[in-house]
Design a protein around this ligand. Sequence first.
Ligand SMILES: [Zn+2]
Length: 159
Amino acid sequence: MTPRAPIGRPRGKPSLEEVLLARIDKGDGSGCWLWTGGVNAQGYGRLFRRRGTRFAHRLAFQVWNGPLNPDDRVRHTCDNPPCCRPDHIVKGTQRQNLADMVKKRRHAHGENHPHAKLTTEAVMAIRKSRRTGAALAREYGVSESTTGLIRKRKSRRLG
Ligand SMILES: [Zn+2]
């Protein structure tokens, strides 16, 4: 017996989770989960559903993170449009998105703070994540003590 049901199994339709997983390449499991289906011009994964085209990362958010309203915006903490990894996808408003971009640009111009490379969203994602500090540190390119401090809410004020 194989654990995965074969394609075209006789009863029931695959769940949305199964549909997504069939099109996601998790790589070695430590980084982004890349969408292997169709993408739009910006590189965001698309999935054709009966009621229209949906963005893969939004569906992934809904399957693994929770409900989304149609006007909720989501974005990637990893800046990787085809990524569908639930802990790389966060909810945010347009305003936050813009603030985030501005902040990243500022960091790109040499802000010297040790945690400058973490966006507010990354900090929030680290706080919410149930993964180990070491895994998060690897993912975000910071030290494990940094992720530990972030989790204790000491190292960075959110503005
Ligand atoms: Zn990612």
